[in-house]
Design a protein around this ligand. Structure first.
Ligand code: PLP
Length: 370
């Protein structure tokens, strides 16, 4: 039986009546863009994340773009970020005419290597965007110490890390601003594009809300030139149904990950992810490492087990950054890992039987190679 890599339909079925009802109510009220569901979501999300303000927007990429705008980024600025992430993290830096300065990743967590940040800081550096990759937080205490010393702002890219913690403190609560994606496959997913920004700074929150809504909070009152990046009523209504389930789904993801750890512990040639002491990983992705990554992916596919590579090329090696002339030896860890990583299916609805099938396939493939 073939297993989906992400099973969005299973989650929908588990909440079908509530979601259908919520969508029908938005249609009946014609509150399609912003509206009461959006306002409710913003306040509920702030409460869950422990933030003073949530500014919803159209997607997690816009969230990063808007956050940098509010922090006053300008052309020629340099922003330090990680070599390993989804393109949103760095493309938004370039969209402001600024330059992404990549830092290699830590070999254990695949998040920014904090020991390599200081050497990248110049008099053009204005801020840092760490990413809590795959659902495990970057070393935020160390990052905030560097930021304070050098007077830099910090945006936490939390797109993969809803409810992740370090020493009990939540993702998004360390930096000046945190950005979130509710892309359907994320740990909290809408049924289309959606995103949000959280902060404890009232002035930044107001600036971001204005900028995201054509430069004003009141229709026709344009305090600045802005963009159109608003949350739809239907998406907010769906997110309001799902939000109370996020903690439970996160526990399920963690349980699935622990079970993978045990089931795969004795598969030769496979390295399972490490959860660093004190950090609670929320397993947006369960990423293993192996020498013959493409061979393993093909063999698993043949046994009905889908996998994904997140990501095939680290950011510095993407064609869009060829002009920066990065070499493999500039980012040795990211370069090595991009050829070794493979993501296995993980979600709250993955059944024990499905997981057993995945683990059995991995054992079979490993036995065939050995
Ligand atoms: C998904 C993601 C984003 C962007 O989110 P969208 O809502 O798809 O725009 C940003 N950063 C990271 C690390 C992501 O995984």
């Amino acid at each position: 039986m073939s297993i989906p890599f992400v099973d969005l339909h299973a989650q929908y079925l588990s909440l079908k009546d509530e979601i259908d009802g919520a969508i029908a109510r938005v249609i009946a009220a014609s509150s399609f863009v912003r509206g009461p569901d959006v306002e409710l979501f913003e306040s509920e999300y702030s409460a869950l994340m422990g933030a003073n303000h949530t500014v919803s927007c159209a997607n997690g990429t816009d969230a990063i773009y808007i956050a940098m705008k509010a922090l006053g980024i300008k052309p020629g600025d340099e922003v330090i970020t990680t070599a390993q992430s989804w393109i949103s993290t760095s493309e938004t830096i370039g969209q402001h005419g600024a330059k992404p300065i990549f830092v290699d990743i830590d070999p254990v967590t695949s998040t920014i290597d904090v020991s390599k940040i200081a050497e990248k800081i110049t008099n053009r550096t204005v801020g840092m965007i760490p990413v809590h990759l795959y659902g495990q937080m970057a070393d935020m205490p160390a990052i905030m110490a560097i930021a304070e010393k050098h007077g830099l702002w910090v945006i936490e890219d939390c797109a993969q890390a809803h409810l992740a913690t370090i020493d009990g403190r939540k993702a998004g609560s360390f930096g000046h601003i945190a950005t979130w994606s509710f892309y359907p496959g994320k740990n909290l997913g809408a049924m289309g594009d959606a995103g949000a920004i959280t902060t404890n700074d009232a002035a930044l929150a107001r600036h971001m809300a204005c900028f995201a809504r054509h430069g004003g909070l009141v229709k026709g009152d344009h305090e600045m030139e802005g963009i159109n990046s608003r949350l739809d009523g239907i998406q907010a209504a769906i997110l309001n149904v799902k939000l109370p389930h996020l903690a439970g789904w996160t526990e399920r993801r963690r349980a699935v990950a622990k079970r993978y750890d045990a089931l795969l512990a004795d598969v030769p040639g496979i390295v399972t992810p490490t959860e660093v002491a004190g950090r609670e990983h929320v397993y947006h992705l369960y990423v293993i490492e192996t020498d013959d990554r493409d061979g393993l992916a093909a063999a698993l596919k043949g046994r009905g087990v889908p996998t994904v590579v997140n990501y095939k090329r680290s950011l510095p090696f993407l064609p869009c950054y060829a002009h920066l002339e990065h070499r493999p030896e500039d980012f040795p860890v990211a370069h090595r890992l991009q050829g070794r990583i493979l993501s296995l299916p993980i979600y709250a609805e993955l059944t024990v039987a499905q997981q057993d099938q995945i683990a059995a396939a991995l054992h079979e493939v490993a036995a065939a190679v050995a």
